[in-house]
Design a protein around this ligand. Sequence first.
Ligand code: ATP
Ligand code: MG
Length: 310
Amino acid sequence: MAHAGELAGGNFRARLAVTGGSEFGQLSRHINDTAANLQRTVEQLQLEHSELERLERIRKDFVINVSHELRTPLASIQGYTETLLDGALADPQYNMRFLGIIRHNAERLARLTEDLLTLSRVEQKRQKLEFEPHSIGGLIEESMDLVRPIAAKSSIRLETELDAATPEVWCDGEAVSQILSNLLDNAIKYTPAGGSIVAGAYPAGRFVEVFVRDSGAGIPAEDLPRLFERFYRVDKARSRELGGTGLGLSIVKHLVGAHNGTVRVESRVQEGSTFFFTLPAEEAALPKETAVAVSAICTNNATIGEVRAS
Ligand SMILES: Nc1ncnc2c1ncn2[C@@H]1O[C@H](COP(=O)(O)OP(=O)(O)OP(=O)(O)O)[C@@H](O)[C@H]1O
Ligand SMILES: [Mg+2]
């Protein structure tokens, strides 16, 4: 009887003593089964609850990060505008310099909002991807050509390394160009003059694995697990100096995910980093239409659009 009281009080771990095959015994067994089911349900709900708490924490961190990232350039624009209005405008020694700083910070704000919008579009799966067969070698070459002048300025060598057996990939060409340009942009930013960058691809089962390898600064092992998080930067000050907001890799991760692919990184400090991502080599390895629609609904409350609305 004491056990029945515990069950009624919410302790679903308590069990009744089952005595024989009498009706009473059977009833006890039923109650015990029900208690076991309830226990499982409670545990499931607890799991879901802590997942919701985790998402809520991520959302709050995100709002704090965005506010912080917006505040710094805005404060600078405000400060220098006031200084100019207070008289510096007439001072030929400073006025152009201050205007330059204002423009620099305005550009930074523009880039930040652009990246946030891209991330939000990809996360909410609003960016309609059109999957078609593409030559990955062609896409790599195109992206390389775009950054060639920037690399040349830093005396960085660019090479491609394409396995001859690499099949065509099923992808959205625009999205893959965006992935590659983010990775190449990083490789160039974090590689000192005289270094080299190699991009290529090879077959990997039903997928093709693409890589971008640099001979640059490398990333400490303890930073690697968090690298693809929004706003995560190894050296905040240095990244900001280079115009970074720490959104590039999270955009990469989402775009690759939208192709059913995965991202990973290998790196050694002082030796360099290699970023890898996979793309489907056959149409059947692409995300299923229905799966995409369902996951879009499920992830909706963790998206930027929602964050903004609150
Ligand atoms: N190839 C690389 N070598 C060394 N560190 C890297 C490399 N790529 C990325 N990182 C580190 O990972 C961080 C996150 O990269 P991510 O591309 O997300 O941001 P970012 O380049 O700083 O800014 P953004 O891409 O938004 O302009 C960088 O700040 C840098 O510390
Ligand atoms: Mg970047």
